[in-house]
Design a protein around this ligand. Structure first.
Ligand code: NAP
Length: 294
C-alpha cells in the first residue's frame, strides 16, 4: 500500500547545513523525503532525527552512475502512479583562492559540482517531475550577482546557475513546471569551515612568491567574510523559506534570503568602477563593510 504523504521530494547535499535542515523540515511537514547524501553514515545520522518517511539516497552528483542509481532507487520506492513533487538542487561547495594560481582541475571541480551536477540530476529526475507536475528548485547565492575577490570560481558557478535556471524556467513553463532559484546571503553552515580550510591548503601548495602576492588582500578578505557571519541567517530559517517557495501555487522565479543577498542583487544598479572602489577600500579598512550588507 502507498503511504499517505504530501508528495515526494528529492534533495541533494542533505548531510549537513541547509540540505540537512531542509530534508528534516520537509519530513516533518509530511513529505516523503529522499535525501541525497554521499555516505551511509550521513544517511543514518539523518534517519536518527527523521520523523516521518525519510529515505537516504547515496549520490555524488558528479558521478553519472550514482545519479542513475539514485533515480532507479527513488522510482522503485514510489507507487506506480506517483511522480516527484519536486527536487531541491542544494549540494554545493566553495573553492576559494586567487584565480591567477588556481589549479584548473580545482576550478573545473567547482563548476562540476555547483553547475553541471545540478543539471545532470535535474535531467535525470525530470521524467518523474513531469509525472507529478512537480517543480525544480536550485540553491543559488548572492555570489551569483556580485563576485568577491578569491571567490571567483564559486561566483562563476553561481552566476552560471542563475543563467541556467532562467533558461530552464522558460523551457519548462509550457507545461507549468516551475523552476525556482533560492538566492542566499550568508548562512551559518559547515561550508565556511570547509572552504577556509580547503583554501588554506590550496594556498599552502602555491609557491612562496605566489603566496606573498596575495597575502595581504587574502587575509583582509577572510576577515571580511568572517565579519559577515554576524548578519548570517540560520539554516532552519532557510529551510522554512524553501518550503514556502516549494508550496507556492505560482512561485516567483527567484527568492532572496538575507540582507547581503538582497544587496548583491541591487548592486547591478551600481556602476562597476564604484563597486571596485568600495571593495578596495573595505579591504583596506577605510570603509565599513556594513555598507555592502555584511
Ligand atoms: N552557507 C552559506 O552561507 C551559503 C550562501 C549562499 C548559498 N549557499 C549554497 O547553499 C547550498 C548548501 O550549502 P551549505 O551552506 O548548507 O553547505 P554544507 O553544509 O557544506 O552542505 C553542502 C552539502 O553538499 C554536499 N556535497 C558536496 N559535494 C557534493 C557532491 N559532489 N555530490 C553530492 N553532494 C555534495 C555535501 O556533502 P558532504 O557532507 O558529503 O560533503 C553537503 O551535504 C550550496 O549550494 C551553497 O552554495 C550557501
Amino acid at each position: 500500500m502507498c503511504p499517505k504523504n504530501k508528495g515526494a521530494v528529492f534533495i541533494t547535499g542533505a548531510s549537513t547545513g541547509i540540505g540537512r535542515e531542509t530534508a528534516l523540515f520537509f519530513d516533518k511537514a509530511g513529505y516523503r523525503v529522499f535525501a541525497g547524501v554521499r555516505n551511509a553514515q550521513a544517511g543514518e545520522s539523518l534517519l536518527a532525527e527523521a520523523a516521518f518517511q525519510l529515505t537516504p539516497i547515496i549520490i555524488d552528483i558528479t558521478k553519472p552512475r550514482e545519479i542513475e542509481n539514485a533515480v532507479h532507487t527513488v522510482s522503485q520506492k514510489l507507487c506506480p502512479y506517483e511522480g516527484i513533487t519536486g527536487i531541491i538542487n542544494n549540494a554545493g561547495i566553495v573553492v576559494g583562492g586567487p584565480l591567477e594560481f588556481m589549479k584548473i582541475e580545482d576550478f573545473r571541480y567547482q563548476v562540476e559540482v555547483n553547475l553541471i551536477g545540478q543539471l545532470a540530476v535535474t535531467q535525470s529526475f525530470l521524467p518523474m517531475i513531469r509525472k507529478a507536475k512537480g517543480r525544480v528548485l536550485f540553491v543559488g547565492s548572492g555570489a551569483g550577482w556580485f563576485a568577491l575577490p578569491f571567490s571567483g570560481a564559486y561566483a562563476a558557478s553561481k552566476f552560471a546557475l542563475r543563467g541556467m535556471a532562467d533558461a530552464l524556467r522558460r523551457e519548462l513553463d509550457q507545461w507549468q513546471l516551475h523552476v525556482v532559484l533560492i538566492e542566499l546571503g550568508t548562512v551559518m553552515t559547515p561550508i565556511w569551515d570547509k572552504s577556509f580550510s580547503d583554501t588554506k591548503q590550496r594556498v599552502a601548495e602555491m609557491g612562496k612568491e605566489e603566496q606573498s602576492l596575495y597575502d595581504e588582500r587574502g587575509a583582509a578578505m577572510e576577515k571580511l567574510m568572517r565579519s559577515g557571519w554576524k548578519n548570517s541567517v540560520l539554516a532552519e530559517d532557510v529551510a522554512k523559506m524553501i518550503l514556502m517557495a516549494f508550496e507556492k501555487k505560482c512561485p516567483k522565479a527567484r527568492y532572496q534570503f538575507g540582507k547581503d543577498a538582497r544587496m548583491a542583487v541591487l548592486s547591478v544598479f551600481v556602476p562597476d568602477c564604484l563597486k571596485d572602489w568600495l571593495i578596495r577600500n573595505i579591504l583596506k579598512g577605510k570603509i565599513p563593510s556594513a555598507l555592502m550588507g555584511w
